[in-house]
Ligand binder design. Structure first.
Ligand SMILES: [Zn+2]
Ligand SMILES: [Zn+2]
Length: 335
């Protein structure tokens, strides 16, 4: 089978005669059809992730077809995969939080992923998707699972005012999820084309933080009350510092971006406003909710699709993203 490996930073080699994976007990063999390139894949490609050893088959946002009957799956079923790799026996796993497993990994990051023809996956991480979705669309279910987790963690209420920092693919998925829950959503980014996409996807207000005064815009947007719900999908310490300052009394802040430089957060804001600040990591069994969003056409994955390349051109795809990271949203590889 074919397999695309990152052999050194910025160098992906596609091998033609790789051994097919052996399917263990409780595993499903899947023929991969479409794999999205995630921002984290691009970091790995640049050689910026010390937790990743090379060579590595990247790719964790994917859809495919079941290759042989196994357990509850039949040959030909169209499926997507929750990429959280967990042990199933540690305290967090037993408490129902596989994404907090003591040895948690993400497929395609710390272990080999889906830029290859065949992959064996534990049955409990595999979900069928409806025929109404294409493989490319279904490959975008995983990024929406990140949004679903953010919303589950922060538990926003209808009619609250939210701000999403960052209008990359994940920020846009979060915007869509928050609109589904009935919030008014402001989006901020430094790139106008991304803000235009946020507008297309239903943002009530958008601010270019480079050109405009964000604090002033938040005041107007929230009638001076502050933000009920803030999401940091950027990972810059300044974002967290701004978020606690601009939060409303009782506000919640969900953090999924991170940066080696710590933010300086005055406790005063946390205490006076009884703020809740929470982290979110990958997703915790959010695929069923996202499959419902997709099945009912409540979200618009096509809007963030920038390009599709065959596996043979995977190197070109990464180079194009690196060369135009501002304007490239989701790029998908087909097999
Ligand atoms: Zn991802
Ligand atoms: Zn575990």
């Amino acid at each position: 089978m074919r397999s695309a490996k990152l052999v050194s930073p910025k160098k992906i080699t596609v091998y033609d005669n790789e051994p097919e994976p052996k399917t263990g007990a409780g595993q499903v063999l899947i023929r991969v059809k479409a794999v999205g390139i995630c921002g984290s894949d691009v970091h790995v490609w640049h050689g910026e992730r010390p937790d990743v050893t090379l060579p590595r088959v990247m790719g964790h946002e994917f859809s495919g077809v079941v290759e042989a009957d196994s357990g509850k799956f039949k040959k030909g079923d169209k499926v997507v995969v929750d990429p959280v790799v967990s042990c199933g026996t540690c305290v967090s796993c037993k408490r129902g939080n596989p994404n907090l497993c003591s040895t948690v990994k993400c497929l395609g990051v710390q272990v080999d992923g889906a830029f290859c023809d065949l992959i064996a996956i534990p049955e409990e991480k595999v979900y069928r998707f409806p025929d109404s979705l294409s493989f490319v669309q279904a490959s975008m279910i995983e990024p929406y699972s990140i949004a679903s987790e953010v919303i589950f963690r922060g538990n926003p209420a209808k009619d609250e005012k939210a701000l999403v920092f960052g209008a990359g693919p994940i920020g846009l998925c979060i915007l869509e999820g928050l609109k589904l829950k009935g919030l008014s959503v402001m989006v901020t980014d430094f790139v106008d084309s991304r803000l235009a996409k946020a507008k297309e996807l239903g943002a009530d207000c958008f601010v270019n933080g480079k050109m405009e005064d964000l604090a002033q815009a938040v005041k107007l947007f929230t009638e001076d009350f502050g933000l009920d719900f803030t999401v940091d999908a950027v990972g810059n310490p300044k974002v967290m510092e701004n978020a606690v300052e601009m939060a409303a009394p009782g506000g919640r802040i969900v953090v999924l971006g991170f940066n080696p430089v710590p933010a300086q957060v005055p406790e005063l804001f946390l205490v006076r406003k009884e703020l809740k600040v929470m982290g979110t990591r990958m997703n915790c069994k959010r695929f069923p909710e996202v499959l419902a969003w997709f099945g009912e056409k409540k979200v618009h994955p096509d809007a963030m699709l920038s390009a599709v390349y065959p596996l043979s051109e995977i190197g070109t795809a990464f180079e194009r993203i690196a060369a135009d990271s501002d304007n490239m949203l989701k790029v998908v590889i087909t097999l």
